[in-house]
Write a protein that binds this ligand. Structure first.
Ligand code: GLN
Length: 474
């Protein structure tokens, strides 16, 4: 067998209802999910750490539920098992960022978004494999081996949040946190047929998450349906004094009727390299939306074609400067008492090849003599792209596009060709350059049965309106 069975799972609020009424014991539920996690991990390598001690928390919750504890019974994620990408700090757990450099690191505190889920009664059962610090699009750069696609072990589930998507598809937990700096939630969501949200930059706190590129990083997550996405987003968001880029979420714009909604289709998202199967599926999906009554409008976003170039200058630049803390003294392995030797040997020996590649590109782009030509120029183009996108949202309410030019590809197919790998990100990076929300939703399947996703983007902080739209068109 080179695939897994995909079990059916109910919506989160249905499950929580059963737990509250005592129809499902949290202990039994968590045991079932831990057993499944342990068994699939042997086949698809989706976890770096499985938290078997979650059973203790489950017992404790069952006790409080049986006692009728009012505060506990009000929790929105009561007893719900979930997992997180191993970039999230969770106090007392091994947190590797999927790099060998950090294989001994135990997190001293818990990230804000994870804490918010725990405060609502969710139970963390595993820390998922990914590309190191999120550097990649297939999971193959992980220091712990690649994750395999649950529907076909010879393929990637997409990355960088590979283990989060693969484990959720395989039935473990009810949601999984990932990070999206240039597509790392949306791409695996589309390869795995899940819902994957990249929220507005600043909507969810980045506190306690291993930084990739700070002005692009967005804590996002995977779920199995839009109802769960909207519930989870409402729990995770909001101002966090520990992340100065966050803000309070106040009122939202009222949802319009479908007939008053205009959805933009930009031809730049249907460019060269887009597979016919993806193109046809996304076009059929757009037709379906039109039939339901929304207006579809062809638009043009010419700066989109610079997105990938801007991304692969600015992101490595931020990556290289964010790596300064991994010097074998503050973070990382100590290999020598001599500072220089320690710095060089620790990083040379324990950082994965892609980590070193990005540090080198970034250091180059930022170096004296080149920063005007690369870094500063890319910053200027970023502003142009932003302005163009903000303008288009005066004409249309949302944009729809493919997530990726291809469906899940073979492990090894692109891993020796960084440029081919970077091209997979062509349709996802722009939302991060601009900071707008984007969600990947299932839109079809290719001829080998692999899922195809479509992404819906909206203006800053328009998440609820995007969710409302999806509820009406699916
Ligand atoms: N694949 C992209 C990259 O390699 C996106 C990564 C991400 O979103 N973390 O940079």
């Amino acid at each position: 067998m080179n695939s897994l069975n995909i079990p059916e799972r109910e919506q989160i609020d249905t499950l929580v209802g059963k737990i509250k009424r005592g129809e499902v014991k949290v202990y039994d539920l968590i045991k079932q999910h831990l057993d499944l996690a342990n068994s699939i991990n042997l086949k698809i390598n989706c976890f770096i750490t499985i938290l078997d001690n979650a059973l203790e928390n489950a017992k404790e919750l069952d006790k409080l539920i049986a006692e009728g504890n009012k505060e506990v019974l009000d929790k929105k994620l009561l007893g719900v098992p979930f997992t997180v990408k191993d970039l999230y700090l969770v106090k007392g757990t091994k947190t590797t960022f999927s790099s060998r450099l950090m294989e001994d690191f135990i997190a001293p505190y818990t990230s804000t978004v994870v804490q918010k889920c725990l405060d609502e009664g969710a139970i963390l059962i595993g820390k998922c494999n990914s590309d190191p610090w999120g550097f990649g699009g297939s999971g193959e750069n992980s220091g712990y081996g690649a994750t395999k696609h649950p529907l076909d072990f010879s393929k990637t589930p997409g990355g960088s949040s590979s283990g989060s998507a693969a484990s959720l598809l395989a039935g473990v937990g009810y949601f999984s946190l990932g990070t999206d700096t240039g597509g790392s939630v949306r791409l695996p969501a589309s390869f795995c047929g899940l819902y994957g949200l990249k929220p507005t930059y600043g909507r969810n706190s980045r506190y306690g998450i291993g930084a990739m590129a700070s002005s692009f990083d967005t804590p996002g997550f995977f779920a199995r349906n839009i109802g769960d996405i909207s519930l989870l987003q409402s729990i995770m968001q909001g101002k966090d004094p520990k992340d100065a880029t966050t803000r309070e979420i106040t009122s939202t714009k009222p949802a319009k009727n479908l007939s008053e909604i205009t959805i933009g289709v930009a031809k730049e998202y249907f460019s060269e390299g887009l597979s016919n199967e993806v193109k046809n599926s996304v076009n059929q999906f757009i037709e379906k939306i039109r039939e339901k009554g929304a207006k579809i409008k062809e638009v043009s976003l010419p700066t989109t074609k610079f997105g990938l170039a801007v991304y692969y200058v600015l992101v490595p630049s931020e990556i290289s400067s964010n790596r300064a803390r991994y010097d074998g003294v503050r973070y990382g392995k100590k290999v020598s008492d001599n500072y220089d030797e320690n710095l060089i040997n620790s990083r040379s020996h324990y950082m994965e090849a892609e980590v070193k590649r990005r540090i080198m590109i970034g250091t180059y782009a930022l170096s004296a003599g080149y920063s005007d030509q690369f870094y500063k120029k890319a910053c200027k183009v970023r502003t142009k792209i932003k302005n163009e996108y903000f303008e288009i949202f005066k004409e249309v309410d949302f944009l729809i596009a493919p997530v990726s030019p291809v469906t899940a590809f073979k492990l090894g197919e692109k891993s020796n060709d960084p440029l081919a790998m970077y091209l997979v990100d062509i349709y996802t990076v722009t939302a991060n350059i601009v900071g707008i929300p984007s969600i990947s939703i299932p839109a079809g399947k290719d001829s080998s049965g692999m899922p195809i996703g479509a992404q819906i983007m909206g203006n800053m902080f328009m998440e609820e309106n995007i969710f409302e739209l999806i509820k009406r068109i699916t």
